[in-house]
Design a binder for this molecule. Structure first.
Ligand SMILES: [Zn+2]
Length: 107
């Protein structure tokens, strides 16, 4: 049963339409849900599967995508080539530089 009077996230009140958040247990408005759809689309762009983050309890942001993607890549690489930790850290630092440069260029 639904008895919330306002959006759990942006606190628009009263709610005309509502939906469960994908990432948290909040009941949110359609506007916030559309924002979550956008987040899910961006996750896919970063090679992450939104289904793996259903109910994760927080709203992933760009920073999270980058870190999570690098962590997954590092794990994959580690299995393939058994890289040293130092190499992985260097790789992550390089990728962060590249992605922040791309971010600036897009603006
Ligand atoms: Zn809302």
């Amino acid at each position: 049963m639904w008895n919330e009077k306002e959006c759990g996230r942006c606190h628009i009140s009263p709610l005309v339409a509502h939906i469960m958040s994908w990432f948290t247990e909040e009941t949110i408005c359609m506007g916030c849900s559309a924002k979550e759809d956008e987040i899910k689309r961006k996750m896919k762009e970063h090679g992450l599967n939104p289904n793996d983050y259903e109910g994760c309890g927080f709203i992933p942001d760009e920073n999270f995508f980058v870190k999570e993607n690098l962590a997954l890549e590092a794990l994959k690489d580690r299995k393939d080539k058994a890289k040293t930790t130092k190499e992985i850290i260097n790789m992550i630092n390089r990728s962060i530089e590249v992605s922040s440069n791309e971010h600036i260029m897009r603006k």
